[in-house]
Design a protein around this ligand. Structure first.
Ligand SMILES: C[S@@+](CC[C@H](N)C(=O)[O-])C[C@H]1O[C@@H](n2cnc3c(N)ncnc32)[C@H](O)[C@@H]1O
Length: 386
């Protein structure tokens, strides 16, 4: 087995959650801005792709060095052991980005890295002619930050948020990675009831069901690194078989998604079927103000409209008021709402127990958390089941 430096990229604010997931897979890691780094073998590449719910993508770090001039970028890129990663027929486009660096022309950096890799490969494979690049894809990235170049190969392909179940979506769907993060930030356990009152295309309820039954988020999709010859097929087979073994399809779930818009309810149902949950998740058309339940100690996670569009604000603020009143009756429930509306607490009617800053794409939001009453302790010291 080889040893690779790995990077799991994370949306701003989700790094600690990604790190928690990487550690749960058994890898020690370091948390940096927008990424979590760790070492691992081929199994780590397969497992990370298959299991990380909150990471954006998995990259293999080929090298990292200071580069103030194009010459330096060329020579140091050429000195990296590309032949360990790229076969002779590899397709290897180069993308790039540059932040606060002397080498700011991204297109020039990309061209130079490409040339350096070609030079190295020509020497190794003893060729004078062009590479056909008709084999597996190895997308190289040169990322410059404060004159440090990090050179990586993307091992995911399509971003990890694409689980493969969302055939249709509504107007402002959440990224699946953020939806999973919102759930992981709650105290929900699969034996508790769960409601998403603004379910839209069903992302949050579907992610909750996957977490509840311990289903690997990447189980129904492929990854670009599955085409790489140096990761034996048996690695992917083993990792997939293990995922199948640990999935708990018998775990009963009490997950409901509701939305004011019946078209959304239909889309959510279709996506739930696509994800393999069929009728296991209940979807219904309902306004948030009509939500009531006699169940206890449940969790509500909601991503309501933010009222950012001109003219929407008063209606959204009234809806927040109505929501506050409806949820006020659910004192054993923990309620978690993601919105960019800065006066949310005022309209909702009470200050949050805790707030956490998160980005929904480029929108700065807060995750308002209202913790419910704790279940009573039974005489034997165990917490009674709700
Ligand atoms: C930001 S979207 C939610 C997107 C969803 N998380 C997803 O991933 O697709 C907000 C949803 O709230 C619904 N909505 C708006 N007002 C509502 C209300 N008063 N009660 C319930 N749902 C409402 C909208 O129809 C819309 O689908």
């Amino acid at each position: 087995m080889g040893k690779y430096q790995m990077i799991a990229t994370a949306a701003m604010g989700l790094e600690a959650l990604v790190a928690q997931e990487v550690r749960a897979l058994g890898y020690d890691c370091q948390v940096e801005n927008g990424r979590v780094t760790y070492n691992g073998d081929e199994y780590a590449i397969a497992k990370s792709n298959l299991w990380l719910r909150t990471a954006d993508r998995i990259k293999i770090k080929v090298g990292e060095f200071k580069a103030y001039t194009f010459d330096e970028l060329f020579e140091k890129t050429k000195a990296l052991p590309w032949e360990n990663y790229l076969p002779e027929d590899a397709e290897f486009p180069v993308i790039g980005k540059s932040v606060k660096s002397k080498l700011f022309s991204v297109s020039d950096c990309q061209a130079i890295v490409k040339k350096a890799v070609v030079e190295r490969m020509k020497k190794h494979y003893k060729r004078n002619t062009w590479f056909e690049e008709n084999g597996a894809l190895y997308r190289i990235e040169v990322a410059l930050l404060k004159d440090v170049a990090t050179i990586t190969i993307d091992a995911s392909g399509t971003g990890l948020h694409k689980r493969g179940y969302r055939a249709a979506q509504g107007e402002a769907p959440l990224k699946e990675t953020l939806a999973a993060a919102l759930i992981m930030l709650t105290n929900w356990r699969p034996d508790k009831p769960f409601i998403d009152p603004f379910c839209g295309s069903g992302t949050i309820p579907i992610e909750a069901a996957m977490i509840g039954q311990n289903i690997a988020p990447g189980f129904n999709r492929e990854f670009v690194s599955e085409q790489w010859k140096w990761i034996p097929e048996k690695v992917w087979d083993e990792v997939r078989t293990e995922a199948e073994d640990v999935a708990n399809y018998d775990q009963p779930l009490d997950i409901t998604g509701s939305d004011i818009d019946h078209r959304m309810v239909k889309i959510a149902q279709e996506n739930s079927f696509e994800a393999g949950f069929g009728d296991l998740i209940q979807f219904k058309q309902m306004q948030v103000k009509d939500i009531s339940t006699t169940k206890e100690y449940g969790v509500i996670v909601g991503n309501p409209p933010y009222g950012e569009r001109l003219g929407d604000k008063p209606a959204v603020e009234q809806m927040y008021r109505d929501m506050g009143q409806a949820f006020n009756k659910l004192d054993t429930w923990s309620i978690y709402i993601l919105t960019s509306h800065e006066e949310f607490e005022q309209f909702y009617g009470k200050p949050a127990t805790k707030k956490r800053k998160l980005f929904n794409g480029f929108i700065k939001t807060d995750y308002y958390q209202y913790w419910g009453k704790k279940p009573p302790r039974s005489t034997n010291g165990n917490i009674e089941k709700a």
